[in-house]
Write a protein that binds this ligand. Structure first.
Ligand code: ATP
Ligand code: MG
Length: 251
């Protein structure tokens, strides 16, 4: 069954698009069939993370009923199907439309459809919430951003969505909000804590998600925690020296 997952936040610029692009690739690398959808109709940029700059049609055309989803799907070499939004100013007034029936009809072969949502709680976001079944919440580990994210969580719950958990982004060693505190604040698991790191900006510039550019990087490892969480895969923990010695002697 296709899992349709919205990636939301309270405040803008917290890393939703960065997570969707990297998570999409991480899931595809595990063998999943993945489509990623730019539902940020007035702030489109998901395609740009992959160097997808000019395209004949976009999700705006689907919403305007000028195209259907297969017409606006662009395959990235990683295997991810990108459904971008229009970068044109003319499309900025397009009325958000619930395209869930189109997704059910045309993307039923996908394991995951990840929806990159707009910021705030206006029609763009609530329309995206209508489309998805499950939600990942992205926030920085700082109180004002967390407080905004909590409002979004409340709305998503009112929409009947399954809250999967929280992804902390731009985490610094000095952050005073500890992961346990964030988890209890949201009453949700903290799935990953992506560090503040310049590799993210470099990867956006190179138009290649970090998980492709630098799979061993700490950022990539945290993204993989999210893909593992979704797929239910439990990675074996690296054994410590004592365990290794015990293994050698079969204790
Ligand atoms: N972990 C990180 N470390 C450093 N920079 C980051 C990190 N995550 C994201 N960024 C930077 O923050 C910027 C905003 O990220 P992104 O566009 O993913 O946020 P967003 O939540 O999708 O924003 P919007 O609400 O505008 O859609 C990126 O352009 C990137 O340069
Ligand atoms: Mg975004």
């Amino acid at each position: 069954m296709t899992r349709i997952i919205g990636v939301v936040s309270g405040k803008g610029g917290v890393g939703k698009t960065t997570l969707v692009s990297n998570l999409g690739v991480a899931l595809a690398q595990e063998g999943a069939k993945v489509a990623i959808v730019d539902a940020n109709l007035t702030g489109a940029n998901l395609g740009l993370h992959f160097g997808l700059i000019s395209y004949p049609a976009s999700i705006h055309d689907v919403m305007k009923e000028n195209a259907s989803l297969p017409d606006v799907m662009y395959k990235h070499p990683s295997g991810v199907d990108i459904i971008p939004a229009s970068l044109s100013m003319e499309d900025i007034t397009t009325e958000p439309k619930n395209i869930r029936a189109d997704i059910d009809e045309h993307l039923s072969d996908k394991d995951y459809v990840l929806i990159d949502c707009a910021t705030g709680l206006d029609r763009e976001t609530t329309n995206a919430l209508d489309i998805c079944d499950e939600v990942l919440l992205v926030t920085h580990p700082e109180l004002p951003t967390i407080s905004d994210a909590l409002r979004t969580k409340t709305v998503a719950k009112e929409y009947g969505k399954k809250m999967l958990g929280v992804v902390l982004n731009r985490v610094n060693k000095k952050d005073e909000m500890k992961i346990e505190n964030v988890a209890s604040f949201f009453d949700l698991p903290v799935i990953a804590a992506i560090p503040e790191d310049s590799t993210i900006r470099k990867s956006i510039e190179s138009k290649n998600p970090v998980v492709l550019d630098n799979p061993k990087h700490k950022v990539s490892r945290e993204i993989t925690k999210v893909s593992d969480f979704l797929s239910g895969k439990v990675r074996r923990k690296e054994k410590n020296l004592v365990d290794k010695i015990m293994d050698m002697f079969k204790w």
